[in-house]
Write a protein that binds this ligand. Structure first.
Ligand SMILES: [Zn+2]
Ligand SMILES: [Zn+2]
Length: 256
């Protein structure tokens, strides 16, 4: 049995998650699920959301809970050239974010072009991993429903056979070298109906290969609805199945 952590949770503050995701409701559900440590990680795609994040921080400070809670943020890649993300060191400092997670949120393609899409995703993920601001690379190989739907740039992604096996090892080795964790995400992939069962099976093998490098894996639900938090138990079973050693589960380190 894995320890239970959830280091990727959205709230209602930025309206990305729905109205069920208030701070008190999240903390209560996480405690009842047996979680001990969590991170709240809303998006930071524009500087004008700073005030909302500071409100989250204040409400977390006032919350009554025995949970160990980190005030975090999720950022996006904003340049497919450089892999630059939507936050900088000054903003992290200004907000006092304790955990910064981030990753790619687009295929950057309009038409299916397997080789080019796969190689670009891999390069951008490596750039995110190498970014000293980033603690966790989020949801590798996640694409939105429009991209995965009919006519979408990644509609061919029915399994992982097109993705070279050594890409997993390359990602894991980079994660070790840069002390960045790689996220096992419930809502984005294993709990996502847009992915096939074949893909989800392949994704287990993919994580097995990543784990074989010694890379740390971050558990997350990426919940946008209160019931999605429950997925953490199924995710823990998946990680058990993969044989992930408990010491390879990532936990935040004090920043500094
Ligand atoms: Zn995301
Ligand atoms: Zn997210």
């Amino acid at each position: 049995m894995q320890a239970l952590y959830d280091f990727h949770i959205h709230t209602t503050y930025l309206k990305c998650a729905n109205e069920t995701m208030t701070i008190p409701a999240i903390l209560e559900r996480c405690a009842s699920l047996g979680l001990k440590t969590i991170a709240i990680t809303d998006h930071f795609n524009r500087p004008d959301v700073m005030d909302l994040h500071l409100q989250i921080k204040e409400d977390l400070r006032q919350a009554q809970s025995d949970l160990e809670i980190y005030f975090g943020v999720e950022v996006n890649v904003i340049s497919s050239e450089t892999g630059e993300v939507s936050i900088n060191a000054d903003l992290v400092e200004q907000a006092g974010f304790e955990v910064v997670i981030g990753g790619v949120h687009s295929s950057y393609h309009e038409k299916p072009d397997k080789r080019s899409i796969i190689d670009l995703q891999q390069r951008l993920m490596l750039q995110v991993i190498a970014n000293p601001l980033i603690d966790v690379l989020v949801h590798p190989w996640w694409f939105n429903r429009l991209e995965m739907g009919p006519g979408g740039a990644t509609e061919w992604l029915r399994d992982m056979s097109e993705i070279p096996d050594d890409y997993a090892v390359e990602l894991g080795e980079a994660a070790v070298a840069h002390n960045t964790a790689i996220e096992a995400n419930w809502t984005a992939v294993w709990g996502n109906g847009a992915y096939t069962d074949e893909f989800k099976e392949d994704y287990k093998q993919y994580f097995k290969r990543i784990a074989s490098t010694g890379a740390k894996i971050s558990m997350s639900t990426d919940a946008h609805h209160i019931d999605s938090l429950d997925g953490i138990h199924t995710l823990a079973k998946v990680l058990d199945e993969i044989g992930l050693p408990p010491q390879q589960l990532w936990r935040p380190e004090p920043r500094g």
